[in-house]
Design a protein around this ligand. Structure first.
Ligand code: AMP
Length: 171
């Protein structure tokens, strides 16, 4: 299945100058989500948790956790999660934001696979890595449907940790 052919380019969204890579048509395709999940499941060894980044990381991460047979933990925008949280501020391709994960939700030393739809500048994935490490767990891998190579996001991530992106763009 040619995933790139089904991903839609939306110019000037959400701001002028941004070419948004829209995975919604891929999710809408009858084999789209199954193909994404199968490719990630093939690429990674067993992990203890999928950490999915709000919100498209939830859509991909939850069925991947089912397929792998591991737990699912959401990383969310501020003030969505109840109880004590780990929090981190980070910068985006188009702005800044804050991410939170519940304290005590990951077992200490657990192996974690971080999942999101797109890696752009890498700020979101790097911030999520710091949340996982704050919780005393270990980042064992990263899975992205789309990598925007020209933004060099992977340079913000630990080079010793495997990164799998299913589709990449050079511009
Ligand atoms: P970054 O922190 O710059 O790697 O941005 C990653 C996050 O922003 C991901 O959660 C994406 O959903 C979203 N994002 C950033 N740039 C784009 C883009 N050009 N197309 C689609 N999503 C994007």
């Amino acid at each position: 299945m040619d995933l790139k052919a089904i991903i839609r380019d939306v110019p000037d969204f959400p701001k002028p100058g941004i070419m948004f890579r829209d995975i919604m048509p891929l999710l809408a395709h009858p084999q789209g989500l199954a193909t994404i999940v199968a490719r990630f499941a093939d690429a990674f060894d067993r992990v203890d948790y999928i950490v999915g980044i709000e919100s498209r990381g939830f859509i991909i991460g939850a069925p991947l956790a089912l397929q792998i047979g591991c737990g699912f933990v959401p990383v969310r925008k501020p003030n969505k999660l109840p109880g004590k949280v780990h929090a981190i501020d980070y910068s985006l391709e188009y702005g800044t934001d804050r991410l939170e994960m519940q304290a005590g939700i990951l077992a200490p030393e657990a192996q974690v696979l971080i999942i999101d739809d797109v890696i752009a500048t890498g700020g979101t994935a790097a911030a999520t890595s710091r949340l996982v490490e704050q919780a005393g767990a270990r980042v064992a891998g990263y899975g992205f449907v789309v990598e925007l190579d020209f933004l060099r996001g992977r340079e913000k991530l630990n080079p010793a940790v495997p990164i799998v992106s299913l589709v990449s763009y050079q511009k």
